[in-house]
Design a protein around this ligand. Structure first.
Ligand code: PGA
Length: 255
C-alpha cells in the first residue's frame, strides 16, 4: 500500500508573512497532528520562503524547491545547485514542471540530469510529465509521456534509481484552467506510467513509486481522483494557496 503524497505548488506566490499565516491556518484546519503522519504533505515554495516555511510547517511536512540546476556549481546566474538546496535544508525539488518546459525551454534530458543530481545529494525529485491539448487530441498522450520519461531516464545513473523519486502526471491543458482529467482518464495514464516504469526500472521500483496527479485538483474532485488505484496523491497549484482548500485535499487523502 503506497502512502498518499499531497504536494502544494506555490509557484511565484506568497511572502514570508503570508507563509506564517498559511501554516497557522493549516494547523487550525487540521488540528489532529496524526494526519501529517498518515499522508505525506509537501510544499514547493519559492527559494525566498525556504527558511520561513521550514520554521512554520507542521512537523513532518516536507519543503521542496520548484527547480534546481544539475551542475554542482558554476557561472549560472540565477540558478541553485542541489548542494545549495541541501544546505538550505529543503527536502527535494519539483523538476520539469510544464511551466519550466514552456517558458524556460527545459528539456526532458535536463530534467533527467536534475533528477540524478538531486538523488546524489540525498534529495527527493518530483518529476513532472504531461501532454498538451493538441498532443492529447491527436491521440499521442502515451507516446509523449513515454518519450519524456525515457529521455529523462537516459540521464539518470542506474544507482540513482534505487533512491525514491516521485512522478507527477500533469496534463498541460488541465493546469490552472479549471479543467480536470476525469479520474478514469488520469488512471489510464498513471497505469501506463507504472507499467512503463516497471519495464524500464523493474517491478519493485515501479510498484513503490508514487505517481501524483496534477491539474486543477481541488477540494471537490480530490476524493474521486485519489480513489483510483494508481493515483497516489496530487500536485496542487491554485488550491494549495488557501489553507481552507488545501486542508480538505489533505484530509481526503488521509482516510
Ligand atoms: P493547478 O496547478 O492545480 O493550479 O492546476 C497544478 C500545477 O501546476 O502543479
Amino acid at each position: 500500500m503506497r502512502k498518499k503524497f499531497i504536494a502544494g505548488n506555490w509557484k511565484m506566490h506568497k511572502l514570508r508573512s503570508e507563509t506564517r499565516s498559511f501554516f497557522d491556518e493549516l494547523r487550525d484546519q487540521i488540528s489532529d497532528a496524526s494526519v501529517f503522519g498518515r499522508v505525506d504533505v509537501a510544499f514547493g515554495v519559492p527559494a525566498t520562503l525556504f527558511d520561513e516555511a521550514l520554521k512554520a510547517r507542521p512537523q513532518g511536512v516536507k519543503i521542496l524547491a520548484q527547480n534546481c540546476h544539475f551542475e554542482p556549481q558554476g557561472a549560472f546566474t540565477g540558478e541553485l545547485s542541489t548542494a545549495m538546496l541541501q544546505d538550505a535544508k529543503v527536502h527535494g525539488s519539483i523538476i520539469g514542471h510544464s511551466e519550466r518546459r514552456q517558458y524556460y525551454a527545459e528539456t526532458s534530458q535536463a530534467v533527467g540530469k536534475k533528477w540524478d543530481a538531486l538523488v546524489k545529494q540525498g534529495l527527493l525529485p518530483c518529476v513532472c510529465v504531461g501532454e498538451t491539448r493538441p498532443e492529447r487530441d491527436s491521440g499521442r498522450t502515451v507516446d509523449v509521456i513515454r518519450q519524456q520519461i525515457d529521455d529523462s531516464l537516459s540521464q539518470v545513473a542506474k544507482t540513482s534509481l534505487t533512491s525514491e523519486f516521485i512522478i507527477a502526471y500533469e496534463p498541460v491543458w488541465a493546469i490552472g484552467t479549471g479543467l480536470t482529467a476525469t479520474p478514469q482518464m488520469a488512471q489510464e495514464v498513471h497505469q501506463f506510467i507504472r507499467a512503463h516504469l516497471s519495464q524500464k526500472v523493474g517491478h519493485e521500483i515501479a510498484d513503490r513509486c508514487r505517481i501524483l496527479y496534477g491539474g486543477s485538483m481541488n477540494a471537490a474532485n480530490a476524493k474521486e481522483l485519489l480513489s483510483m488505484p494508481d493515483i497516489d496523491g496530487g500536485l496542487v497549484g491554485g488550491a494549495s494557496l488557501k489553507a481552507v482548500d488545501f486542508s480538505k485535499i489533505i484530509l481526503a487523502a488521509s482516510v
